[in-house]
Write a protein that binds this ligand. Sequence first.
Ligand code: PBG
Ligand code: ZN
Length: 340
Amino acid sequence: MSHDHDHLQDDDLEIPAPGLQRPRRLRRSGPMRDIAAETRLHPDMFCQPHFVIPGTDERQDIGAMPGIVRETPDKLLHTVEADLKLGIKHCLLFGLPSDKSPTGEGAMDPDGPVPTAISMLKENFGNDLLVSADICLCAYTDHGHCGVIEDEEVLNDDTLPLLAGMASACALAGADIVAPSDMMDGRVGAIRVALDLQGLEDVAIMSYSAKYASAYYGPFREAADSAPSFGDRRSYQMDPRNALEALREVELDVEEGADIVMVKPALAYLDVIRMVRDSVDLPVACYNVSGEYSMVKAAAKAGLIDEARLTVENLYAFARAGSDILITYHGREVLKEGWL
Ligand code: PBG
Ligand code: ZN
């Protein structure tokens, strides 16, 4: 079949047919695309974050994160039960204490919201549920930084025992995994030693190894009430310009005893996820953070994008980049709505 053009005759130019290889053959139908798919998503990969407040029978909406709530441990129990029915068996807990202090010792309180929630969840769901606890002081300090402060500086080594204490409180309450997100040097080692000394050698560490100083955490800081009261986190979290540094962080965490390493945020750091995946033989997690979630929600609300498709496209990108564990606020909705 030839088309006539004023300036182009059949004789002038012979356009070659594609030949034997036609990649479009594998895109012709849904089932064809499915058998050719290189990446798959499974509920086993999802980890659902939760914000836990003290008390009972209370649930609060979070303005910056539509669909995500803060809730008391008894309410959380019902949320997690519903998530389990959807196939989400891994959760990550953040706490909002009733009292904040300069050194955040509320983080070590065995009766705090997170240890309380951990023991309730493990009592009810046992090993059907995997409970991870975020380990960081920023929601517990009155200045909102992730460590101890002196002259507006975050002290690394003075913070380590507090992180180890917080991890111990969570592990003693029954956490399966502790997940340090503070970015102090040596925290994985400090936590590992503290846990082992207490006979908690079976508790795993999922380290936020490559955690960047990111503007994408904005909505979370409202959710967890953890915004720094002065300055920012750039003296301890990673510089977004760096990727090789992520490999150094990962290497140190592995040496110190990390069982799972994480890249955070996820969407703007897919290159880092890939580099980390290619450099370690441990499971790699990524954290699809609050700002990434809320941007999708806002764009959907504004009618700019197809939320179901965009959400799943993002999740596939994390898996394609090499992430085994997807910490995402979207998990519950994706499974409930059948978006996969
Ligand atoms: C605490 C912590 C933060 C997040 C996870 N753990 C915030 C921060 O570092 O300021 C961000 C999670 C999110 O944005 O969803 N250190
Ligand atoms: Zn923090």
